[in-house]
Design a protein around this ligand. Structure first.
Ligand code: CA
Length: 229
């Protein structure tokens, strides 16, 4: 599976860190550029699948970065989502004649932002913004929040759903209980590591793991989505 690469060009440290953390959790690969010059350098190093571009950036403004990217053949089609503060939202950006594909006004919720990112990726790179994840006979519909195994509907609680969704994004990779806690429960929540075991147990049961268990327990390491297990 291809991991979409997002460049975050944002000079507010706290926001950049928050974006990086949350987008990483959503399964994107993320790098941060703190000014317009660095953003252009990073684009030259590796073309992102999407750029989150702050309107007001030091050295070279977001709007100028956007203009330069649109003027070069190699970067002309890279999806750009502009971040603007309220008040900066001018008629230009509303009409998107800046060349951006979409814009989000600060402050925004992560849910809103990730939905807009998925929408832009889906429109421009349909293969990247998969609304469906599948592994073996398990299919996760991430929009309808439905899971099927071998064509049969599986009912999961919200935690089990997030757990399965996360494992499905990285099939075969082994995660420690702490990594799963961080990714699924969030690092700011205090939950004991054995809670993970409880929810993995429920998830296995719901998936009918007594026949073919899709989630492998890796001794002293953690868990992995692995059909061979
Ligand atoms: Ca700024």
């Amino acid at each position: 599976m291809v991991t979409p690469y997002i460049l975050v060009a944002e000079d507010e440290d706290a926001l950049a860190t928050l974006l990086q953390y949350n987008l990483d959790k959503e399964g994107y690969r993320v790098t941060v550029a703190a000014d317009g010059e660095e953003a252009l350098t990073q684009v030259d190093e590796q073309l992102p699948d999407l750029i989150l571009l702050d309107w007001m950036l030091p050295k070279i403004s977001g709007i100028e970065v956007c203009r330069r990217l649109r003027s070069r053949a190699e970067t002309r089609n890279v999806p750009i989502l502009m971040l603007t503060a309220r008040g900066e939202e001018s008629d230009r950006i509303r009409g998107l004649d800046t060349g951006a594909d979409d814009y989000v006004v600060k402050p925004f919720s992560m849910t809103e932002l990730t939905a807009r990112i998925r929408a832009v990726l889906r429109r421009i790179r349909p293969g990247l913004a998969d609304d469906r994840l599948s592994h073996g006979d398990i299919v996760v519909d991430r929009v309808a929040h439905r899971v099927k195994r071998d064509g049969k509907e599986i009912h999961l609680g919200p935690t089990e759903f997030r757990l399965l969704d996360y494992l499905m994004q990285h099939p075969g990779r082994v995660f420690s209980r702490e990594q799963l806690l961080d990714a699924v429960w969030g690092s700011d929540v205090y939950v004991e590591a054995r809670t993970v075991d409880v929810h993995i147990g429920r998830l296995r049961k719901a998936l009918g793991a007594e026949e073919v268990n899709p989630i492998r327990t890796v001794r002293s390491a953690g868990y992995s989505l692995d059909m061979e297990g």
